[in-house]
Design a protein around this ligand. Structure first.
Ligand code: ARG
Length: 261
C-alpha cells in the first residue's frame, strides 16, 4: 500500500512537471485537438500553389516539391499543423485565399499593391526580378529590343503586367504555365518569354538552345498570402518566418535549390 501511494505521488508530480513544460505543450493546446481515442490530431494548413514554377514549386513523382513547399513545411512544423497542398492555376490563388478554399497562397507570389487590397501578405521571404528568355543568337539583347515583338508570359503574373505595361507595341501571349511559353519559344511561335529570374534559369537548363538575359527588369518580393480576416494566422506565420530567417533555416532551404554564382 505504501509503495502504491508513493507511485501515485510520483505520477502526479510527473503530470505537474509536464503541464508546466512551456511553449511546446501550449502550442499543442492551441492548434491541436484530440479525437475520441485521445490521439492528437493536427490542424491542417492548406496551401495553394501553381506547381509549374521551379525551383519554388514543381512536381516530382506527383508530389509538389521546391523552396515554397519546404518553407510551408517548416512553418507548419512550428505551428504544430499538418500541411496539405492544392495545386491550381496561378491566377486562381488570390481568390481561393479570399474564399477560404485554401488557408494560404504560397507560389513565388509577389507582394503587389493590387493583390494586397484583396489579401494580406506576410513579411517577404525572398526577392526576385523579371528576366527575359530568348533563343541563342536572338537579336533581342535587352528589354528595349522587345518593342514590336511577340512575348510569352504566364497569365496573371507580374511578368505579364511588366510586358503589357512597359513595352511599346508588344504582342503579349498568355500561357497558363511558364513551361508552355518556353515550349512556344523553342518552336519559334514567340520571340521571347518574360518570367521570374530563378524559374527562367531552370527553364533554360531544361531546354537546349535558350539563354536568359539576366539584367533585372523589376524589383519584387515574394510573400505568403493570407485572408484579410485571418489576422491570427498572419501573425503566427510572420513569427515563424522571422524565426526561420534568424536561425538561418530559410537561407538553407533556398541554398538547396539555388546555387549562388
Ligand atoms: N512572381 C510572379 C507573380 O507573383 C509570378 C509567380 C508565378 N508563380 C507560380 N507558382 N506559377 O506574379
Amino acid at each position: 500500500m505504501k509503495k502504491f501511494t508513493k507511485f501515485i505521488g510520483l505520477l502526479l508530480m510527473g503530470v505537474f512537471i509536464m503541464s508546466g513544460c512551456g511553449a511546446e505543450s501550449e502550442d499543442v493546446a492551441k492548434t491541436g485537438s484530440s479525437d475520441e481515442s485521445g490521439k492528437e490530431t493536427k490542424t491542417e494548413l492548406v496551401w495553394g500553389t501553381n506547381a509549374e514554377f521551379p525551383p519554388y514549386e514543381y512536381k516530382e513523382g506527383g508530389k509538389v516539391v521546391g523552396i515554397d513547399a519546404e518553407i510551408v513545411d517548416a512553418i507548419a512544423k512550428k505551428l504544430n499543423m499538418e500541411s496539405r497542398v492544392e495545386d491550381m492555376n496561378f491566377d486562381s490563388i488570390v481568390a481561393s485565399v479570399q474564399s477560404g478554399k485554401i488557408d494560404i497562397g504560397v507560389a513565388g507570389m509577389t507582394a503587389r499593391e493590387d493583390r494586397a487590397k484583396m489579401v494580406n501578405f506576410t513579411i517577404p521571404y525572398t526577392t526576385a526580378t523579371q528576366s527575359i528568355i530568348v533563343k541563342e543568337g536572338s537579336p533581342i539583347k535587352s528589354s528595349d529590343d522587345l518593342k514590336g515583338k511577340t512575348v510569352g508570359v504566364q497569365l496573371g503574373t507580374t511578368g505579364a503586367d511588366y510586358v503589357s505595361g512597359e513595352i511599346e507595341g508588344v504582342t503579349v501571349e498568355n500561357y497558363n504555365k511558364g513551361s508552355e511559353a518556353v515550349i512556344a519559344l523553342t518552336q519559334d511561335k514567340i520571340d521571347a518569354v518574360v518570367i521570374d529570374n530563378e524559374p527562367a534559369k531552370k527553364f533554360v537548363e531544361a531546354n537546349q538552345g535558350l539563354v536568359v538575359l539576366e539584367k533585372p527588369l523589376t524589383e519584387e518580393e515574394y510573400a505568403i498570402a493570407v485572408a484579410k480576416e485571418n489576422t491570427e494566422l498572419l501573425e503566427k506565420i510572420n513569427t515563424a518566418l522571422s524565426e526561420l530567417k534568424e536561425s538561418g533555416e530559410l537561407q538553407k532551404i533556398i541554398d538547396r535549390y539555388i546555387t549562388a554564382e
